[in-house]
Write a new protein. Sequence first.
Length: 160
Amino acid sequence: MSRLANQKKVLQMLIHLSQETRCCSQDEAFCAGITFHQFIILDAIVKRREIYLSDLHEILSVEKSTTTRLVNPLIKKGFLRRRKAEHDSRAIKLILTDEGVAIHKKVWSCLTGFLQRIVKNIPEAQLNEVLGSVKIFSSAIRGAIGESRCAINSRMRIKR
């Protein structure tokens, strides 16, 4: 198969993945008034007990302003508390409240059913292969994005 044909197949796969995973990237609540990105925030804090706001930019792969836009409703609803870091008064730590722990459990219950239905639709004998392949594909996308940014940045430096 030619390179161009492979590239076209990859493009089609990206289009289909984008369409199929739209539920995970929209700003609409999918359970208990929480969006998928907000659940990622809650889940990251559950795993670490607390997290710096600046660490969320990388976890979410979004800009600082988007992170703030996602975090603020969680604070207003009483699911998170902000606390200044001891080492730097400009750094903000996010801590889960008891209400935040409860909502994380509730949303996790919603997600569990969805995830079970996904797994059910993958032949059991191929599950590890599928997960491994998706991980490789995801890594390839991240690498290509990184290379593209480097190329764009070097072109911008040359033009200046």
